[in-house]
Design a protein around this ligand. Structure first.
Ligand code: SAH
Length: 258
């Protein structure tokens, strides 16, 4: 449905591989007259845009370090008020660490019609690409998606509490944006989880350059350094990861970090 005053759709672009887009996402991208594209969205996804659409890269590729959130929000409101059909294309799912919630609130407060299309979040796609589940009747009763990077001025995650909860409640931890703070995350998780807890590190999941490695919590920081693991990467902590190396060997597309 189109709106006379324009509208904004937050669209999850998935983890990278264009095959993982939903049909609804493709349709929204094709119908957009303006696309605001985040850094982690691959060019193959942007390629679904109509030839006449205006494409604005609002991440590091846009020229500056990264476009301030307030500016992006202003841009969306302005374009919608001009009657544009705006698609805000975000990596993974817009509501998992994508600041999608803040954008919806801002647009609604400005009286702009907004809708959201889910995408496959990278933390889920990363282990799935290696045939590993996030929950398992024997190993994990639930899963926690958690950020390793708090907003400035925020104390961030209570890793010690999270570790002991994960241990007693058998929860898998999927840590986003954790690579730069990996040493601290390791130290704090060790308060509640054994050093032998398996951890998978998956870099650039579902893209041709995907790499992964399996280590233990006790060796986590050393493994990140040794293998030069870089963002974007997710860390998956918990018993579901046991046996992952074996599973990975039957996965021709996956490269094991040495
Ligand atoms: N909304 C996104 C997450 C945005 S936060 C989603 O649902 O996936 C950015 C973080 O996501 C990165 O620091 C990294 O931890 C993770 N990430 C995004 N794309 C990734 C990919 N292809 N492989 C591994 N991690 C990825």
């Amino acid at each position: 449905m189109t709106h006379p005053t324009g509208q904004v759709t937050l669209v999850g672009a998935g983890p990278g591989a264009p095959e993982l887009l939903t049909l609804k996402a493709i349709k929204a991208i094709q119908m957009a007259t303006v696309l605001l594209v985040d850094d982690l969205v691959s060019d193959d996804v942007v390629a679904f845009a109509s030839p006449g659409a205006r494409i604005v890269h609002v991440g590091k590729r846009g020229g500056c370090k990264s476009t301030p959130q307030a500016f992006i929000q202003k841009l969306m409101v302005m374009a919608a008020r001009e009657g544009e059909n705006v698609v805000r294309l975000k990596g993974g799912d817009p509501f998992i660490f994508g600041r999608g919630g803040e954008e919806v609130e801002h647009l609604q407060a400005a009286g702009i019609h907004v809708s959201v299309v889910n995408g496959i979040t990278s933390g889920l796609a990363a282990v799935t690409s290696l045939n590993v589940p996030l929950t398992h009747r024997e190993h994990a009763h639930g899963v926690v998606f958690v950020t390793g990077h708090a907003k400035p001025g925020d104390d961030g995650t209570d890793w010690q509490l999270l570790a002991s909860t994960a241990h007693s409640a058998k929860l898998t931890l999927v840590i986003y944006m954790g690579i730069s703070g990996v040493q601290r995350i390791q130290n704090e998780l060790l308060y509640g989880l054994p050093a032998s807890t398996p951890v998978a590190l998956i870099e650039r999941a579902t893209l041709p350059e995907q790499r992964h490695t399996v280590t233990t919590l006790g060796q986590l920081h050393a493994t990140v350094v040794r293998n030069g693991i870089q963002s974007p990467a997710v860390m998956v902590v918990g018993d579901v990861v046991r046996g992952m190396a074996a599973a990975a060997h039957s996965e021709p597309g996956a490269r094991q970090a040495s």
